[in-house]
Design a protein around this ligand. Structure first.
Ligand SMILES: [Zn+2]
Length: 101
């Protein structure tokens, strides 16, 4: 959960306002759904689903374990994506802040 308060290169605040990262829940949710769809399709192709056995529940359980294990990674990616929604990369920022000649 610990992160820099400001970008070490340009000084941009990484938490522009209180509660800024509450919105990461939506990004994290979308990433979790995308990952679940990916594992579902992979399971479907590699193992398959059937109503006659427990393969569906094995996928559910393993997908749940995978999501829990990947939570730290998903949280960091979500924060990065959320911050990038609001703070744009500007390759010319030093020129913008330099005194005009
Ligand atoms: Zn920066």
């Amino acid at each position: 959960m610990r992160m820099n308060k400001h970008c070490p290169v340009c000084g941009q605040a990484t938490e522009p306002e209180t509660g800024f990262y509450f919105g990461t829940g939506y990004v994290s949710y979308a990433l979790s759904i995308a990952l679940s769809v990916a594992t579902f399709v992979a399971w479907w192709v590699l193992i398959g689903f059937s109503l006659d056995d427990n393969r569906l529940f094995w996928w559910l359980g393993l997908n749940g374990v995978l999501l829990v294990l990947m939570q730290p990674l998903l949280m960091r990616i979500s924060r990065t994506i959320w911050l990038a929604f609001f703070v744009y990369y500007d390759p010319e920022w030093p020129q913008l802040t330099a005194p005009q000649q």
